[in-house]
Design a protein around this ligand. Structure first.
Ligand code: SF4
Length: 269
């Protein structure tokens, strides 16, 4: 893979910010440069990422179908969605995807009972805000922050936001809590009528759902904390070329890095 190394980081490489992009910027500046400045495609897609995308695809298709028909789904339909996914992603392992079917079915049919009467129900909701935290369209040049919500529905003054995970850890750690706050903040921009935001972590591997509630005040405090973090990252990157950046090679960072095959820093480990 050829790397040019002549590009200088400008604001279009940095914005829009997503939760995962901020994480990458804080983790290793070289990795950020390869992914977002040189825009290099990973040499290969990790198996767990393909599995996670497949589970998300099946869940989204299943939720959309169940809420359109307002009828519980059966397993046969999940096979159909999985085969559709395999057409887009030939590396997908149908046998591994099938292991998630019982929990997917339980979740989708459960949500139909719980949210069938909601005024607002949607899956894969794209949200974006400008620097003033006003809503803008997802593809707009003004986007400062953005994110995608897996599934949302409303009950009274509460907006429920569900995030699907396929990882082996099923509890909230600080990283997950920050990601959920990020989603709640974007949801507040788009849906200001809600007073409470119930963020639910749906672990599809174990079939568990854990909930954390954020109030309007929690989100105001988060917004105040987030802005200086992003401003600091922008200062650290803007106008820099590859030789000005600082890598962060270590076992935990480099082991799963998509660019270890080209990174000059990993070779010194
Ligand atoms: S291999 Fe390590 S040092 Fe190199 S970009 Fe990846 S995380 Fe950074």
């Amino acid at each position: 893979m050829k790397v040019d190394y002549s590009a200088v980081v400008d604001i279009t490489h940095l914005r829009p910010w997503s939760f995962s992009k901020v994480q990458k910027a804080k983790k290793c500046q070289y990795e950020f440069y390869f992914r977002y400045v040189e825009k290099l495609k990973p040499a290969e897609k990790a198996e767990f990422l393909i599995l996670g995308s497949g589970v998300h695809y099946i869940l989204e298709s299943a939720l959309n179908t169940a809420f359109k028909r307002l009828k519980p789904l059966n397993k046969e339909l999940l096979f159909y969605f999985a085969e559709n996914f395999k057409k887009e992603e030939p590396e997908a392992d149908l046998k591994k995807l099938k292991e998630f079917f019982p929990n997917i079915l339980k979740f989708v049919n459960g949500q139909l009972r719980r949210a069938g009467e909601s005024r607002l129900v949607a899956s894969e909701v794209e949200l974006a805000a400008n620097r003033e935290f006003e809503p803008v369209s997802f593809g707009s040049k003004e986007v400062f922050l953005r994110g995608k919500l897996d599934f949302v529905f409303s009950k009274g003054d509460t907006l429920y936001i569900v995030d699907h995970k396929t990882s082996r850890s099923y509890d909230f750690d600080n990283k997950v809590k920050t990601q959920l706050r990020w989603y709640a903040l974007l949801a507040k921009v788009k849906f200001p009528q809600f007073k409470r935001f119930a963020l639910e972590l749906h672990n599809v591997r174990y079939g568990t759902v854990k909930r954390i509630i954020f109030s309007e005040n929690d989100l105001k405090a988060f917004r105040l904390k987030l802005l200086p973090i992003i401003e600091t990252i922008e200062d650290e990157f803007l106008g820099k070329s590859f030789s000005d950046l600082v890598p962060a090679p270590c076992e935990s960072n480099c082991r799963w890095c998509d660019y270890r095959h080209i990174c000059p820093a990993v070779q010194s480990l």
